[in-house]
Design a protein around this ligand. Structure first.
Ligand code: UDP
Length: 481
């Protein structure tokens, strides 16, 4: 038995190898370390550079953050060398199952590290469901990180439990998601494949959740109080909300360094372009780290943007790199086009940005909320259709572009564009125009921004939950060495 005396906590973070999971892990590492916790990030060699500036900068501030590398079993899993991140499997549906299968081979290296270091807690991504058992075997409490909010966790639980989509014949017929605090409607076509067909991985994820010490949620109570309560009291999960974690990046330098990968534009160039625009006049258009559009869809976006007459920053990622044929003549120069990677948090926080066309990835959604920017929602895969409902129906800080089809792996397009230029133009007019509805959305978004900021400050709801978790873990018997 260990002693119950307070000691410096040591927490392991083991994030999934995708930008949308690594970035919040980076923010969480800083957050916990700034509360006196010793933090170790477990990752693979090619994912490690993302964390280097967090570690260097953290160490300069006296924060105890370090990294432990484990090899990624690309070869054993039949993946090409260097395939260590979801971004390297995007253009191949054949590599996706191999990538997920390869994750199982990380069990032994994780167990060895836990054995050696005996941390007080393991925060493991949901895509490593076996991590809960390994930690339990060693007497180490483990927390699961899903990378989404309470609303979506509640909706997914309801969909799995009651299967309201089972007797629906048409893909486009709507049904109500049962037993939620609000009346939320979805279409069968908006559901992830893993819900409609049995998935072993998801079964393991659900089981591991039940066996874990609890769930760590990047959200704040005031954003989705009914769902935070529902998740804890009705579904019965132990959960701590500690977000928005991206707010741990305070100054411009922090926001700019957050990404730490080859950006396609200098931060200064971006900021001086934005500085030349009026407040709330610019639309930021970006679809996260995974989504790729085909030429037919890119043309529709370009034409919709042009017709709206709105200033924009558009982060373009084409399905086939280097494909330029989609660009309408004379379009370049109409707005700021970034091919590749943009400093998103820096852009969203700029006063000139008045709207965000987003795929509703949870990080992007929460970053938009944290910046007080209302959204045009265009969900594509994962749990993004749930996040859209939260934004448009519950929070009422967004307009839907009308996307109906969940797409495997986030590839959008094909011969036929999923969303037409007229729909894009209409949504832009609704969000960026001077109508009453737009004004109300802007006001609500600003109120939520303030609530989010207060939540992470001393005495705020996320701050309180984080310190309560740290205290609880401190009192937990230290795992025997
Ligand atoms: N991001 C960024 N620049 C880009 C694209 C994405 O900084 O050009 C960041 C964005 O701020 C967010 C994350 O990458 O933190 C994407 O996560 P999200 O959950 O929104 O979407 P995903 O990439 O998982 O689909």
């Amino acid at each position: 038995m260990g002693s119950a005396e307070p000691h410096q906590l040591h927490i392991f973070f083991f994030p999934f190898m995708a930008q949308g999971h690594l970035l919040p892990a980076k923010d969480m590492a800083r957050l916990f370390a700034s509360h006196g916790v010793k933090v170790t990030i477990i990752t693979t060699p090619l994912n490690a550079p993302l964390f280097s500036n967090t570690i260097d900068h953290g160490n300069q501030l006296g924060l105890d953050i370090s990294i432990q590398l484990i090899p990624f079993p690309s070869e054993e899993a039949g993946l090409p060398p260097g395939c260590e991140n979801v971004s390297s499997i995007q253009n191949s549906s054949e590599l996706v199952p191999k990538f997920f299968k390869s994750l199982d081979l990380l069990q032994k290296p994780l167990e060895d590290l836990l054995q050696e270091h005996r941390p007080d807690c393991l925060v493991a991504d949901m895509f490593f469901p076996w991590a809960t058992d390994i930690a339990a075997k060693l007497g180490i409490p483990s927390l699961i990180f899903h990378g989404t909010g309470f609303f979506s966790l509640c909706a997914l639980d309801s969909l799995r439990r009651y299967k309201p989509f089972e007797n629906i014949e048409s893909e486009t017929q709507t049904f109500i998601v049962p037993n939620l605090p609000d009346q939320i409607e979805l279409m069968r076509s908006q559901l992830p494949v893993s819900l409609k067909t049995p998935s072993e991985l998801w079964q393991r994820i659900i089981e591991s959740e039940g066996k874990s010490y609890g769930v760590l949620v990047n959200s704040f109570y005031e954003l989705e109080p009914a769902y935070a309560d529902h998740y804890r009291k009705v579904i019965g999960r132990k959960a701590w909300h500690i977000g928005p974690v991206s707010l741990s990046n305070r100054g411009i330098a922090d926001k700019a360094q957050r990404v730490n990968r080859a950006k396609s534009i200098e931060d200064d160039e971006c900021l001086s372009w934005l500085n030349s625009k009026k407040p709330n006049s610019v639309l930021f258009v970006s679809f996260g780290s995974v989504v790729r559009f085909t030429a037919s869809q890119l043309i529709e976006i370009a034409m919709g943007l042009e017709a709206s007459g709105c200033s924009f920053i558009w982060v373009v990622r084409a399905k086939d790199e280097g494909e330029q044929r989609w660009m309408p003549e004379g379009f370049e120069g109409k707005g700021l086009i970034i091919r590749g990677w943009a400093p998103q948090v820096l852009i969203l926080d700029h006063p000139a940005v008045g709207g965000f066309v987003t795929h509703c990835g949870w990080n992007s959604t929460l970053e938009s909320v944290s910046a007080g920017v209302p959204m045009i929602t265009w969900p594509i895969f994962a749990e993004q259709f749930n996040n859209e409902k939260l934004v448009t129906q519950v929070l009422r800080i967004g307009v839907s572009v009308g996307a109906h089809e969940w797409r495997v792996g986030g590839f959008v397009g094909g011969e036929r564009a999923a969303v037409k230029r007229e729909d894009i133009e209409k949504a832009i007019e609704q969000l960026m125009g001077d109508g009453e509805e737009a004004e109300q959305m802007r006001t609500r978004a600003m109120e939520l921004k303030e609530m989010g900021r207060r939540a992470v400050e001393a005495g705020g709801s996320s701050y309180i939950d984080l310190t309560a978790l740290i205290e609880e873990l401190r009192l937990h018997p230290k795992p025997a060495v």
